[in-house]
Design a binder for this molecule. Structure first.
Ligand SMILES: [Zn+2]
Length: 397
């Protein structure tokens, strides 16, 4: 066929060029991403997209939501979604500069190559193709900030979409899955609990209140909950491990053996397999704090306090029966094998706004967040193929 797209040709070269540009923007979570967003917006505008941006409070970070939709219909659009933030990189551990893409052995190395600027680059490289044809349904590009630190950006997008009353048939989240369809992921809740006591000399314990001792009691309660989660019978064993997990990852407090610590904090997380477990942990630990531990602390010192800070609560992505998004992606990739993941993504948030969602993107999660992160040419090409097939599918003849 004359207009058959050659995946190895211009479209691939454009993808690599765009990916190299994207790597240069050091969009570590929490840092400004405006320049990257402007770069993407500019490319999409050239392809005929109309964009809406939503910002964080200080306007240093933005989400981009762009639509290619020649006839202005609101007919079950398809969202291609990626996050623009990357996890930090310690440059001296890398073989080369993490923010300067390096090509070697049919791979591209750089922070964010697989998680998930590779996917974003593929969507940007295919955008002109979507823009050049009449489409039966709109195609949307959603690029968000601060996914890695608790999906802070995407709720702003979803609120805006609700206001605009757009309707969608599917959302494809391009997290690295080796281009396999992922139909569920665990939730991800992260907390820091701060304990305040009263400092004093260790020789006279009655004069102080040890924040560390309260943190230990709280930890013991968390460990008890951890064991309860593990022993619960899980109806659908779709995750590995199949049960909800809880772990305490950091304890900080105290200055030395002879001083009663007035401050201590615990950093901990939960990865629930269902909503019931999400609520179980929150309710149990809050009840324990409010009814037992805090009254005990207050009795010893009215100034004492326990405060649970929510770093992020990312709702899980739970398997849909007969998912339109999963069917679509399996059709486009020709691969019907499906799987699940044990880490949080934006998928659960799109799903809870009523959009059928699937996770499918280039690269392997084994390379995400690692030193010398890379994506292979082969994975980029597989992703381009899926997107070109999508374009063919929604093109109106
Ligand atoms: Zn990611």
């Amino acid at each position: 066929m004359k207009d058959e797209i050659n995946i190895d040709g211009e479209i691939f070269h454009n993808t690599v060029k765009i990916l190299k540009d994207l790597i240069k923007f050091q969009t570590v979570s929490g840092k400004p991403n405006i320049q990257l967003i402007e770069y993407c917006e500019n490319l999409l505008t050239k392809s005929g997209a109309v964009s809406v941006k939503t910002f964080n409070q200080s306007k240093t970070q933005a989400n981009l939501f762009s639509t290619i939709n020649g006839d202005g219909s609101n007919n079950g659009g398809i969202v291609l979604s990626g996050h623009t933030d990357v996890v930090p990189a310690t440059a001296n551990e890398w073989t080369s500069n993490p923010y300067e893409a390096r090509e070697d052995d049919n791979k591209i190395f750089g922070r964010g190559t697989c998680d998930m600027k590779g996917f974003i680059a593929c969507t940007l490289a295919v955008a002109p193709l979507f823009g050049s044809k009449k489409l039966k349904k709109p195609i949307h590009f959603s690029y968000t900030f601060d996914e890695e630190t608790g999906c802070l950006g995407v709720p702003l997008v979803l609120t805006d979409l609700k206001k605009r009353n757009l309707n969608f048939s599917a959302c494809i989240i391009g997290e690295p899955t080796n281009m396999k369809a992922i139909t569920a992921n665990k939730g991800y809740n992260e907390y820091v609990t701060h304990f305040t006591g009263v400092s004093g000399h260790a020789s006279n314990p009655e004069n102080g209140v040890s924040a560390i001792e309260y943190a230990i009691e709280y930890s013991n309660k968390l460990l008890e909950l951890k064991n309860k989660l593990k022993s619960k019978t899980v109806k659908k064993k779709i995750f590995s491990p199949p049960y909800s997990t809880l772990q305490i990852g950091k304890i900080s407090g105290g200055i030395g053996a002879n001083v009663i610590a007035d401050k201590c904090s615990l950093e901990w997380e939960v990865r629930p397999v269902n909503e019931e477990d999400e609520n179980f942990v929150t309710k149990s630990i809050d009840d324990f704090t409010n009814n037992i531990l805090l009254p005990k602390l207050k009795k010893n010192s009215p100034k004492g306090n326990i405060k649970k800070e929510i770093i992020g609560e990312v709702v899980g992505f739970y398997k849909e029966e007969n998912s339109e998004a999963v069917n679509l992606v399996c059709n486009l990739t020709g691969d019907n094998s499906i799987g699940t993941m044990s880490f949080g993504t934006e998928a659960g948030l799109f799903q809870s706004s009523g959009i059928s969602t699937v996770i499918c993107g280039p690269g392997s999660i084994d390379q995400a967040h690692t030193v010398d992160e890379f994506i292979s040419y082969d994975q980029l090409k597989k992703c381009l193929k899926m997107l070109v097939n999508l374009q063919k599918r929604i093109e109106s003849k």
